[in-house]
Design a protein around this ligand. Structure first.
Ligand code: TXA
Ligand code: MG
Length: 320
């Protein structure tokens, strides 16, 4: 099992030795390694069982530190960086040669983010290399939002988990890039489309739902519990699966359940920020409890609700 602690110098020692360290961010916990050392980055792919075609995000402490690794020349992306960093925003930028191509799966762009977490910002400020860090979960499973989640899933594969408490966004960063001078969103996340459009105007959505995506990460099945998850009208689903022991994930209104079923309400007051914060944790508890299947309803399809519904959709059993 990994050691869980709050000692930044220990994390630095491990990272300098090319070892893996789990780090807290405001979105989800990351599984970090020195992004400039191929040998270290390789360990991330091995520990997560992640396919090499799925590129990683590098994490840096400041906008000024980016120019060594990527070009932040696009004016609109600069505006987003200045407005939302540190925060749940990842930018796809032209990559410079000093980052090994294993990080970007050979792509000419590199994903860059400045996370908004005091512990990790302090860590990054003391390093002279960026941290490559995907979410700290086995590939395809639910992302971790506490140190203990990381320990349970990957503790046997890493040396140190830097504990920064519970993540306060709870969903991954929103991924934004540029194609033919048009700003595109590739993954919905902790920063809403309207937040982004309020700064730079209309953007295009390029959310991939195929099972063989061009820009990976948007795999159709992802963030998934081990049990089957069905999404729809909860009263109908409760009726349809009345012979099964249910874990119910709802938003506000709760369906009538039979004894033995359990309910996880993402937000009784229908607050989307609260729903985003609770989603991965509730999916995880629903997966761990003694129910046979999980049923859920979508939340309101506005603001952060788009990202919550995107994760629910990908976590669910395909119906097409
Ligand atoms: O909030 C987050 O973004 C968290 C924390 C730890 O920072 N990280 C995270 O990383 O969610 P990961 O690896 O689970 O998701 C990164 C996504 C992947 O879906 C990957 O395909 C996409 O970013 N990505 C990375 N580099 C890319 C690139 N150059 N072009 C297109 N997609 C890219
Ligand atoms: Mg992930």
């Amino acid at each position: 099992m990994a050691l869980i602690g709050t000692t930044i110098s220990e994390a630095i020692n491990q990272l300098r030795n090319n070892a893996l360290v789990a780090i807290p961010t405001e979105t989800v916990y990351g599984l970090a390694a020195n992004a400039l050392k191929e040998e270290a980055v390789l360990k991330i792919f091995e520990a997560k069982q992640r396919p090499f075609f799925d590129p990683l995000i590098i994490h840096l402490p400041s906008i000024t530190s980016i120019s060594l690794y990527a070009d932040l020349n696009n004016k609109k992306l600069q505006q987003l960086a200045q407005t939302f960093w540190p925060g749940p925003l990842t930018l796809l930028l032209p990559k410079k040669n000093n980052v090994p191509s294993i990080v970007t799966s050979g792509l000419a762009t590199i994903a860059v983010r400045i996370p908004n977490h005091s512990v990790t910002l302090s860590l990054l400020n003391q390093l002279d290399f960026p941290l490559a860090a995907p979410s700290a979960n086995p590939f395809g499973y639910i992302s971790p939002t506490t140190a203990l989640h990381v320990q349970k899933q990957l503790g046997h594969k890493i040396n140190y988990i830097l504990d920064g408490g519970s993540c306060n966004v709870g969903l991954e960063s929103t991924i934004v890039g540029v194609e033919d001078d048009i700003v595109c969103i590739y993954r919905l996340g902790g920063l809403s489309i309207s937040d982004i459009e309020s700064v730079i105007g209309k953007v295009e959505l390029k959310i991939n739902h195929s099972s063989n995506p061009k820009a990976p990460g948007q795999l159709k099945s992802h963030y998934a519990p081990k049990k089957p998850l069905f999404i729809g009208d909860l009263e109908e689903l409760v009726n349809q699966y009345k012979n099964k022991k249910l874990a119910v994930i709802c938003f506000g209104d709760e369906p009538k359940i039979k004894s033995g079923d359990v309910v996880f309400n993402l937000s009784r007051s229908k607050n989307l920020k609260e729903a985003a914060l609770n989603l991965f944790n509730y999916l995880r508890i629903a997966d761990e409890c003694d129910s046979e299947i999980v049923i859920a309803s979508f939340v309101e399809q506005t603001g952060l609700g788009l990202a919550v519904n995107d994760r629910l959709q990908r976590a669910s059993v395909s119906t097409n």
